[in-house]
Design a protein around this ligand. Structure first.
Ligand SMILES: Cc1ncc(COP(=O)(O)O)c(C=O)c1O
Length: 364
């Protein structure tokens, strides 16, 4: 059994993927060409943003977003301590300070009350993370941002395709970012990501910053990075994107099937009102997490822990000076969370086996 079944996906889409990649090989245009431009147009329209920029990774999409606001030393950026390190890593890379605010115990997304408490005179922006595949409370975040004149970057690296009150993740003001890491809901065959915005000024800055600070060839107006998505990855994504809506339906059906079968033995994911869930991770919670993970592993069921150590307790962030007991909700969830096999190609047979093994562990 596979945690994310990319093999079956490739078998199902092989001819379209090869056709798209062949077209790139024939034109020999590998960087900033027509495939990337087409992908940007199609995904911008899909999320409801005016502009999209293909990036070298989700991490670089976040980094470029912060660079577009000129973030640097002395600036504080509020985010969740319960996320993949990239969200906060890019803040520190620019010399700014990540300021954490604890999560909501049901959605696992940043708690807007804690977020507002974390605002100081040095706060420049907020990065709410739409964790596991459902949007954070974007409306509350935007209200706080508007009150304190802050920018908002939705880290939608796990939530591409998710909706909140009829709008799509990554399409909210001011910036949305996503990742095309292979195991993501929409994944390429290497690293990739995208920045979305409807702000023309931000869009202009990102367009040059992702290309070594060039808006005109060999005229460098700013220090940028090599942050572009390549054409081969764009080709893979175009082939996969045409099947993406049906994949989301299958992910939703698989999530609902797990939840119905497991709700009496573990805490199953709760989808907040107004949200849809794309289950980038289908993550359950139980106080017996480590024993359950060992039992599943012994019985051929792969699992993963997203994430075992919250960011305020990571060595890399020791200099931020947080204590072990800060952010108790994040710490508790990190001890109890367990992600189960999930993908659009997860077979019913495999899912039944996962369910059977979990129920057996709990003597049900
Ligand atoms: C929440 C979150 N933020 C940022 C990233 C970074 O994306 P990438 O791996 O494409 O750099 C990821 C992906 O792993 C993620 O899950």
């Amino acid at each position: 059994m596979r945690f994310v079944d990319l093999h079956s996906q490739f078998a199902a889409y092989e001819s379209e993927i090869r056709e798209q990649m062949d077209a790139v090989l024939k034109t020999a245009q590998f960087i900033l060409g027509p495939k990337g431009a087409e992908l940007e147009r199609r995904l911008a329209a899909y999320v409801g943003a005016k502009h999209a920029f293909g990036c070298s990774s989700g991490t670089d999409a976040l980094l470029l977003s912060l660079m577009s606001y000129g973030v640097g030393p002395g600036d504080e950026i509020i985010t969740s301590p319960f996320t993949f390190i990239a969200t906060a890593e890019v803040i520190s890379l620019l010399g700014a300070t990540p300021v954490f605010a604890d999560i909501d115990p049901v959605s696992y997304n940043i708690d807007p009350v804690k977020m507002e408490e974390a605002v100081t005179k040095n706060t420049r922006g907020i990065i709410p993370v739409s964790l596991y595949g459902q949007c954070a409370d974007v409306e509350a975040t935007l209200r706080i941002a508007s009150e304190y004149s802050l920018f908002v970057i939705e880290d939608g690296c796990q939530s591409f395709g998710a909706e909140r009150n009829g709008k799509r993740s990554c399409g909210f003001p001011h910036i949305g970012t996503t990742s095309f890491f292979p195991s993501k809901p929409l994944g390429c065959y290497g690293d990739g990501g995208m920045v979305f915005t409807s702000d023309d000024g931000v869009a202009d800055r990102i367009s040059g910053l992702r290309n070594h600070g060039q808006w005109e060839r060999y005229r460098h107006r700013a220090i940028g990075i090599n942050g572009r998505l390549d054409e081969i990855q764009a080709a893979v994504l175009l082939a996969k994107f045409s099947r993406f809506p049906s994949e989301l339906d299958r992910r939703a059906a698989a999530g609902a099937y797990y939840s119905k079968a497991l709700a009496d033995v573990v805490a199953v994911p709760a989808t907040a009102q107004g949200n849809t869930h794309v289950y980038a991770q289908y993550s359950i919670r139980t106080e017996r997490r480590d024993d359950l993970a060992a039992h599943l592993s012994e019985n051929g069921v792969p699992t993963a822990i997203h994430y075992p150590v919250p960011l305020h307790r990571q060595e890399a962030f020791a200099r931020l000076g947080y204590g072990e007991d800060d952010f108790p909700v994040s710490s508790q969830v990190s001890r109890e969370i367990l992600s189960l096999p999930m993908s659009a190609f997860l077979s019913r047979q495999d899912q039944d086996e996962v369910i059977r093994q979990i129920r057996r562990f709990f003597g049900k």
